[in-house]
Write a protein of this length. Structure first.
Length: 217
């Protein structure tokens, strides 16, 4: 079940900002903007990567519900904080020097802040689950995974626009905006705040019975 959470997280809007590969030259002003943003954003991308890895580490069938709950809660909080910081990074970088740059910037900040709120709400829902009832806990995680999937598949139009055209090409050249490598996987139940692998997921559920519940859905 936690596996479904992990799968949903992998499609998160902000992850589209973590680019790969090289690109053609773009103007110096655009390059400077990308450097300013990406240098500030890199630690936040890393936090998201590590939080996702921590959730992924709790997808084993023998994971205990209490450990899954603790890890997922901490991971969602970490992701929420990272999205908020990314919104601040886009705001601080100013409008990218391209057509409609100010509008693109404002909409991206709005979406990142909205994502921060969404993940904070997911944390509250995870905290409210009853880890003592494995079947109910598994069902609750599955519902959260469904909601996470909706968050991941909507509301990223402005982010995609931000990373398109000359701005996207400039961002691709910045190490801070390239895909991050997760820290070493954390021990079971360690929580997302510690150095950990990255990923939130409900399919690799809390326990054998929770796993079976997830697979049957």
């Amino acid at each position: 079940m936690n596996k479904k959470l992990a799968a949903a997280l992998s499609g998160g809007a902000v992850l589209t900002l973590m680019l790969s590969g090289c690109s053609d030259d773009s103007s110096k002003k655009v390059d400077d903007w990308a450097k300013t943003f990406c240098n500030t954003a890199q630690p936040q991308f890393k936090k998201i990567t590590d939080a996702n890895a921590a959730i992924q580490a709790q997808t084993r069938d023998d994971s205990k519900p209490a450990d899954v709950q603790k890890t997922d809660s901490a991971a969602f909080q970490q992701i929420s904080d990272a999205y908020k910081a990314l919104g601040a990074a886009v705001d601080k970088a100013g409008a990218p020097p391209v057509k409609d740059g100010a509008t693109t910037q404002q909409e991206a900040v709005k979406e990142l802040n909205a994502s921060s709120v969404s993940y904070a709400n997911l944390k509250k829902k995870v905290d409210a689950l009853n880890a003592g009832d494995q079947a109910a806990f598994a069902k609750g995680l599955e519902d959260i995974a469904t909601e996470l999937g909706k968050i991941s598949s909507t509301g990223d139009a402005s982010l995609k626009k931000l990373e398109s055209g000359d701005v996207g090409k400039a961002m691709q050249k910045q190490p801070g905006c390239q895909k991050q490598t997760p820290s070493s996987p954390a021990p079971s139940g360690s929580g997302a705040g510690a150095p950990a692998d990255k990923s939130a997921s409900p399919s690799g559920s809390a326990s054998p019975s929770a796993s079976q519940s997830a697979k049957s859905s």
